[in-house]
Structures are given as C-alpha cells and as structure tokens.
Design a protein around this ligand. Structure first.
Ligand SMILES: *Cc1c(COP(=O)(O)O)cnc(C)c1O
Length: 360
C-alpha cells in the first residue's frame, strides 16, 4: 500500500531533527517497487547483497545514497560497490577493510569511502533482537577499533570516513532509541579523535519497531524526534559537514503489507476449530514465530466477511506437516469457510524473503 508507505516515511521524516537522513534497509522487503517508491520520497538505500545493490540502482536510488553492509562480503561484492561508486562500504572486519583497499587500488582514482561498523562496548535496552554490545559476528569490537590506527594510516586506496553501529531491532520505546543515538554519536566522536578520522559519516542504525502483539504499542515518532533534537543538534554544531544516517526496514515497510492466505479446510479437533490455510511458515516465518520463545499472534483479519463480530475461536495453520506451522492460535474471527481469505496484517516487512524459501 503505497499510501501507507509514504505516510509512514513522511511521519518519520517530519519528526526527525534536521540533518538526519533515512536509508531504507532492503533486507526488510527487497521489492524493487517498494525501494523505488521510497527512493522517490527521498530515502536512500542500505543494501547487504549484490542483488539488493542492483535492485536499489535499478529502482533509481542515487549511488551516492547507497551503503553496503554485511559480515560476509565477497571480493565480487566489493568490486561492484567500487565500480558503482556508492556512498560507502560499511566494513565489518579489519580484514574486509584490507581487502577493500586491494580492490579499490585497481580503480586508481581518489580513495574509496569506507565506514567501520563498530560493535560497541555498551549495551542497549529495549531491543527484541540485539545485534551489538555482546559477542557478535557483526562489526569490529570497539576495543579493537581503538587500536586500529596503524592499519587506517596504512590504507592507500580507502579512506575511513566514519562509523556505524546497529544495536538491534524492534525498539518500541523512543527513550531507548534516543539513548542509543546519544551513545553512538559520542562513541563516533571519540573514535574519530583517537584514530585521526575526519568524521564525515555516522550511521546509528535504527531498528525502530512496530507493534505486532497484544500489550505492545507503536513507537511515538513525535517523542522520538523531540528526544533526538538535543543530541543530534549538538553533534551537528560540532560536525556541520558530517552525514548523519538512520537505516530502517521494518518501521517503513511493515504496515504497508498484508499477507493473504486462503482457507483450504475448516475442521474441528477435540473441541477446537482449525483453519488449514494454503500458506504458513514457508511464506511468513515471522508470523508463525519460528525462533521465538513464546508463540504470539500477529493481527489477523477475515477479508471479505460482512461482519467483524467473532463467530468462533480459530487456530489458523499452514499446510506443512509439522504442528509448528501455526499462523495464529485461538483467535476470535467471523465464521471462516473453505475458500475465505484471511489477512495477516503488518506483513510488509520480513515476509516471504525472510522465510525459509528465500531467506534474506
Ligand atoms: C536488518 C538490519 C537493518 C534493518 O533493521 P530493521 O529493524 O528492519 O529496521 C538495518 N541495519 C542492519 C545492519 C541490519 O542488519
């Protein structure tokens, strides 16, 4: 739903303090039209595979607004970044930085821009899935970065322009995001001083969440913007030409898509009603909840029922031969009959491309 996409993007862009740029993380939904539409609204792109890079370029995103992340970039990935002339490669290890220096040598011109992804020494609260502040395959430990000056000075064809940190995903409390932003901006300044980096790029991730489950509520973007104004404003005053970047997938795309599945059979087992639908884990692993400790239901609606009044309590499963293939457990729905369509809402991010058939 393009209208939802554009409203979400605008609501965020208007709330954020001046000077914060938003990149769309294609991982959440690499559909070229979604990327192109957000690009036309003003979003850049954060990509983490060669296919995503090609998608963003074909969608019309300016290479100067594309960054490439990922812990396992191949030489071919780095070559593509250099030849496309993207904004920066975000290096996730010092070995990758050396490889990029080698690859960029072939190109000859001005040093190629790199950003170091840092695994910070500090933790953060409030994330559904943390990606930093603990042992992780992502980025370079802050301690190791602090000792990397000899390597940075020895680079011939690459220049480290700044730092990146991504603390985790599914943040719903704006105070946690503000606290992360403050810590990351401070860390970037510190590291730049220690390493002699002329700071012109900071990416503080994002990982803003959307409410999926009972007892959750959506992030307050207005409050988020207010909270960020101080730290971002102070930082900009000290580094007026530094790009300040936030990269987001779920927050931008989730609400703009509904996963539609069709009831194949409706049956009763030992007093409980089951809808067996034509898709489940294979299309939408997140809604099924594979990998989470407790099964919780995404919002589900009966599409096309004249009434919204529940007529029964249903468990909706997919077609696969495992009891885990359960989309929603015991929800009240209007009467469901074979052939009816059910919609799992907030499925515009991490749907089929984050499910087993196409995983990321
Ligand atoms: C997955 C990922 C994102 C996007 O995360 P969302 O929670 O969808 O906003 C951004 N940056 C990095 C490094 C990621 O791995």
């Amino acid at each position: 739903d393009a209208q939802v996409l554009s409203e979400t993007y605008r609501r965020l862009a208007e709330a954020l303090p001046e000077g914060v740029e938003v990149l769309y993380s294609l991982k959440a939904n690499p559909n070229i039209s979604v990327c192109g539409f957000l690009g036309a609204q003003g979003a850049g792109a954060e990509v983490s595979s060669l296919t995503e890079l090609m998608t963003a370029m074909r969608a019309g995103v300016d290479p100067a607004d594309i960054i490439f992340l990922g812990p396992g970039k191949s030489r071919a990935d780095l070559e593509a970044c250099v030849s496309a002339g993207i904004s920066a490669v975000v290096c996730e290890s010092l070995a990758e930085l050396r490889l990029l220096d080698e690859v960029a040598a072939a190109r000859g011109a001005a040093p190629f821009p790199a950003v170091l992804r840092v695994n910070p020494s500090f933790h953060s609260k409030g994330s559904g899935l943390s990606m930093g502040g603990k042992p992780r395959q992502f980025g370079v430990d802050e301690k190791e970065v602090r000792q990397a000056r000899p390597l940075l000075d020895a680079l011939r064809h690459v220049e480290v322009k700044g730092f990146h940190a991504y603390m985790g995903t599914r943040f719903l409390d704006h105070r946690d995001v503000v606290a992360n932003t403050e810590s990351i901006l401070r860390m970037a300044e510190d590291l730049a001083t220690d390493l002699g980096v002329d700071l012109s790029f900071v990416d503080f991730g994002g990982g803003l969440g959307v409410a999926y489950f009972e007892n959750e509520s959506d992030l307050d973007t207005a409050e988020l913007g207010k909270g960020m104004r101080g730290p971002v404003g102070d930082f900009r005053a000290r580094h007026p030409s530094c790009r300040i970047i936030m990269e987001l997938g779920r927050f931008l795309a989730a609400d703009a898509g509904i996963y539609v599945t069709r009831a194949v059979y409706v049956k009763e087992s030992m007093g409980e009603l089951f809808v067996v639908a034509d898709g489940g884990t294979n299309h939408h692993m997140a809604a099924v909840g594979i990998g989470s400790f407790v099964k919780r239901n995404f919002p589900v609606v009966h599409l096309g029922s004249p009434s919204a009044e529940p007529a029964g309590t249903y468990t909706v499963t997919g077609p696969l031969c495992t009891p885990n293939d359960t989309l929603v457990k015991k929800v009240g729905l209007p009467e469901v009959r074979p052939g009816d369509l059910l919609g799992i809402e907030r499925s515009g991010a991490y749907g089929p491309t984050a499910s087993p058939g196409l995983f990321l």
